[in-house]
Design a protein around this ligand. Structure first.
Ligand code: G
Ligand code: G
Ligand code: MN
Length: 380
């Protein structure tokens, strides 16, 4: 550290530096940070084993705070530096980041979102919606994919917002299992040949008891494993192939089927496709929605189709938005399809009414559907 600086261990693996600098010469501070990054980044050798070590640095200039008294000023500066450090970590670690006021706003919003998710989970604000899966050669419904929705006090919120945050704050398992239990109860009223697909986060597959708990849920809800399909994304395969393999095998042994979701967007090698006993590939919707307009997308869809045919894996095409796409797919082969052409994701009572109209409810479930009716029958 330069002369006049203070370096302290702040706790755990955190250190704080207090460093005087001329407000018109922030480069001197940046130079210290860069020096730290490069020297610490060399790693250390412990008993002959090289251990990589990196540091993430947050920098807060005292010019940004309204000065009051030394104790609260120090606490405020540390708080701002901490916010900047988390940005440095999120940007990929091993770097420095100066505090900017917008970061504090983003942090406040993020805290509110986290608190909202926790409260919403306790209050039962998360609800399964269902998207139809169609055999596009016959037009018949073969099942539904459950898609999580959040009836938050601010309105309906999609999974792209709350799933990543739920993963980071460690509530994804509880959230997902609550939704799955509800979905099993909803789907029990559907015709027995209709399947239920649920998305599972890579974070859930890291829990070695996940498959056991899922099987217990099936028993508790009286739902046949053969009607359940688990969708996992390619990113699962990189995280922890061995653990995923064990869980997937155990689920398969119980009769649950496994689909590889969003195929084509990740970077699975074709060998990895063979490493796990998948039952199905789902082509990512980005290729399907553009296949009538973009030659590269059409080529990718065609290649995945022949890959599936060669490996004996049936294929679901997501994102079928119009007749032109569905007829192009029909020309390529046999597909299960999902997309706006067939319908938007709907809540359980709407699905139930649609199925009732088509005579696709389970035997004994044929009465006219409405939500209060369903609720009173369950509690009876
Ligand atoms: O919470 P955080 O991700 O910053 O912690 C980094 C890791 O370093 C954690 O695994 C934590 O347990 C570990 N760690 C932090 N401080 C100490 C310490 O003083 N001693 C030891 N042994 N481990 C620490
Ligand atoms: O419904 P929508 O298309 O906005 O969903 C966006 C993505 O969120 C989907 O690709 C789906 O994989 C994911 N998703 C929806 N519901 C769940 C869920 O319950 N758990 C997990 N892990 N992902 C979900
Ligand atoms: Mn999916």
């Amino acid at each position: 550290m330069p002369a006049g600086a203070l370096l302290v261990r702040h706790g755990g693996d955190e250190f704080a530096c207090l460093l005087p600098f001329a407000p018109n010469a922030p480069d001197t501070v940046q130079a210290v940070a860069d020096d730290m990054l490069s020297r610490i980044g060399h790693g250390v050798a412990i008993e002959g084993v090289d251990s990589p070590v990196t540091v993430s640095i947050g920098i807060a200039p005292s010019t940004l705070i309204v000065q009051a008294d030394p104790v609260s000023d120090a606490a405020r500066l540390l708080h701002l530096a901490d916010i900047a450090m988390y940005h440095a970590k999120r940007q990929g670690r091993n770097r420095s980041q100066w505090f900017e006021p917008a970061m504090e706003q983003a942090l406040t919003e993020r805290r509110a979102l986290e608190a909202g998710i926790r409260a919403g989970l306790a209050a039962g604000e998360f609800e399964p919606y269902y998207e139809q899966q169609i055999d596009i050669s016959t037009g018949k419904i073969c099942g539904f994919e459950m898609l999580a929705r959040w009836n938050s006090p601010q309105g309906l919120i999609g999974p792209d917002v709350f799933i990543p945050v739920s993963e980071e704050i460690g509530v994804i398992g509880a959230l997902s299992e609550k939704l799955i239990a509800q979905a099993l109860r909803d789907a029990r009223d559907w015709s027995p040949e209709l399947t239920l697909s649920v998305n599972i986060s890579p974070v859930q597959l890291r829990d070695p008891w996940f498959s056991q708990r899922l099987l217990r849920m099936l028993v508790n809800e009286g739902f046949p494993p053969s009607r359940l399909d688990i969708e996992i994304t390619e990113s699962c395969l990189h995280d922890n192939l061995a653990s995923v393999e064990a869980q997937v095998t155990s689920l398969r042994n119980q009769g649950i089927s496994i689909s590889l979701d969003d195929f084509g967007t990740g970077y699975s090698s074709l060998a990895q496709l063979r490493a796990l006993p998948f039952n199905r590939i789902k082509i990512d919707r980005s290729f399907v929605t553009s296949m009538h307009a973009n030659a590269d997308s059409a080529t990718i869809v065609r290649s995945i189709t022949s890959l599936g045919a060669g490996l004996g894996l049936p294929i679901t095409a997501e994102g079928i938005e119009n007749e032109e796409i569905s007829s192009r797919l029909t020309a390529l082969g046999r597909f299960t399809g999902q997309g706006y052409l067939y319908g938007q994701p709907e809540p359980a009572h709407v699905v139930r009414a649609q199925l009732a109209a088509r005579g696709l409810l389970a035997p004994g479930q044929g009465e006219p559907a409405n939500p209060t009716d369903t609720a009173s029958r369950r509690s009876a």
